[in-house]
Design a protein around this ligand. Structure first.
Ligand SMILES: [Zn+2]
Length: 146
């Protein structure tokens, strides 16, 4: 599976979240050979739970894995510090990001610590976040703790 196809899964999740009235950030965890292990989306609004970020939702959906070194975390947006901490804590080997224009979290820090980071600069992801931030600035400020 190509990086673009993996990102498509995360984008689908983000679109689902947007349709639910939530924050449009999606993620998926893949094995190195492209098997989908888990997928998820930010559900702060839907579940009233600020700890359900896209990456943590996908991570939990994947259940117990023997190791994470050979897994790839795919996310539509540069991961916040909380999710960057998750990647580091579990030694997830690779991170594939849709975009880091609307928000830049911890991906450079992760790269410094040996995570293979790929930034696709996907225009769908940029537009989705720009439109969302313009429409719901208060909700976005809440999500990033500002
Ligand atoms: Zn996060």
């Amino acid at each position: 599976m190509s990086p673009g196809e993996m990102l498509d899964v995360a984008v689908e999740e983000a679109q689902k979240g947007l349709a639910e009235g939530g924050i449009p950030i999606g993620a998926a965890l893949f094995s190195a050979d492209g098997e989908l292990l888990g997928r998820g989306r930010n559900r702060r609004v839907q579940q009233g739970d600020p700890s359900v970020h896209a990456e943590t939702d996908a991570f939990r959906a994947a259940g117990r894995q023997r190791g994470y070194r050979d897994t790839i975390m795919v996310t539509t947006l540069s991961p916040c510090w909380y999710c960057s901490g998750l990647v580091r804590q579990f030694n997830i080997g690779a991170l594939l990001i849709g975009e880091a224009r609307t928000f830049s979290g911890g991906h450079e820090w992760l790269a410094e610590h040996g995570v293979a980071v790929t930034l696709l600069d996907d225009q769908r992801c940029v537009k989705m976040m720009q439109d969302f931030i313009a429409a719901k600035p208060d909700l976005w400020a809440e999500d990033i703790g500002e």
